[in-house]
Design a protein around this ligand. Structure first.
Ligand code: FAD
Length: 318
């Protein structure tokens, strides 16, 4: 049986990033991808070769925001592997049926000036809304970039400016309670506190819903990040489409010695003595994982479809 230190299920962009870090740390890595190309939701493909030959589409992800909060581009030297980002500015446009429109530039000031054409109070509200959510983003960013080991590790990744941002959103007892109230509310509740006009509320609600829940969903007010991030660190698209990010990651993984096999649909995770020791793909071939199996799939598919119920019970009791 072919053996690697780590076998990764799926070769979407998160799996590729994970593989690159493991390879840099000296592990041998195999990625098994069900589709005929890697990338998952981060591809650029000729979807209509007959109807529109030569035209390439991003079937899923288009706008890149979160990647600029972390060190991945620099640490994996993705520019060296062909990645080039083109900054977007303006960052959002939403015309309203009554002739008003929401036009957001990367600059908050310029955006407020656009809003002020139709509503001075909403322009002021927008400055406050973005200022709050940007402080929130700065305060939580170290969480994104820390291995989820212990609270001490997380605290250790807070520099002085992060601490200032963190304390600024916590502040005194009133501010802390206000933060808790805000975080428990829905995007729409939060938006209604800052704005009166539909032409501002509608696009902000739509962007908040990009975190895959409706704007009315309680405890999801932080969907506001999707607009705040467009101002800072900003929004960009890779030259050549989202798939160019995947291409650069594939180049990186391959140059570090990683193996990516496509058309390999995982059917089972092999468990031995309470440990994931390998995988079986749909053609029956098995691959051994000496150190472990990593899944980039959602928990439902991993635990309910790729594993036997008894193995899940055994694993969870280890
Ligand atoms: C319509 C849409 C628009 C989006 N727009 C944006 C956007 O503009 N900006 C943004 O940042 N994000 C956007 N997203 C979200 C983004 O695409 C995803 O968050 C991201 O692609 C997830 O990456 P991943 O590597 O975690 O998982 P995935 O990309 O889902 O990768 C998982 C991989 O596993 C493979 N796989 C599944 N089952 C098996 C199996 N049994 N065996 C082997 N392989 C398997 C899949 O084929 C896939 O390649 C959008 C998503 C959608 C659906």
């Amino acid at each position: 049986m072919e053996a690697y230190d780590v076998v990764i299920i799926g070769a979407g962009h998160n799996a590729l990033v994970c593989a690159a870090y493991l390879l840099k740390a000296g592990y041998s890595v195999l990625l098994l991808e069900a589709r005929s190309i890697p990338g998952g939701g981060a591809t650029t493909e000729e979807l209509l070769p007959k109807e529109a030959p030569g035209f390439k589409f991003n079937p899923c992800a288009i706008n890149h925001l979160f990647i600029f909060l972390g060190p991945v581009i620099e640490e994996l030297e993705l520019r060296k592997y062909g990645l080039e980002y083109l900054t977007c500015d303006p960052v959002a446009f939403c015309p309203h049926p009554d002739g008003k429109y929401f036009l957001a530039h990367q600059s908050v000031e310029k955006t407020c000036a656009e809003i002020a054409r139709f509503s001075k109070s909403d322009a002021q509200g927008y400055a406050e809304y973005i200022e709050f959510w940007q402080r929130f983003i700065k305060a939580v960013t170290p969480f994104f970039n820390t291995a989820p080991k212990s609270i001490v590790d997380i605290a250790g990744s807070y520099g002085l400016t992060h601490l200032q941002d963190f304390l600024s959103i916590l502040g005194g007892p009133d501010t802390t309670l206000d933060l808790v109230r805000t975080l428990l509310s829905s995007p729409m509740d939060n938006i209604n506190e800052y704005f009166d006009s539909e032409f501002v509320k509608a696009p902000l609600a739509r962007l908040s819903a990009e975190l895959s829940s409706p704007p009315s969903q309680k405890a999801m007010s932080f969907g506001a990040m999707m607009m705040a991030l467009r101002h800072n660190p900003g929004m960009a698209r890779p030259r050549g489409g989202t798939g160019a990010l995947t291409k650069a990651l594939v180049n990186c993984v391959k140059s570090l010695g990683g193996v990516i096999l496509t058309d390999q649909r995982l059917e089972n995770v092999l468990i031995d003595n309470g440990k994931a020791v390998g995988v079986r793909v749909s053609n029956g071939k098995e691959y051994r994982a000496n150190k472990g199996v990593i899944s980039s799939l959602d928990a439902k598919r991993l635990f309910l479809q790729l594993m036997d119920g008894s193995d899940v019970v055994e694993l969870s009791s280890c």
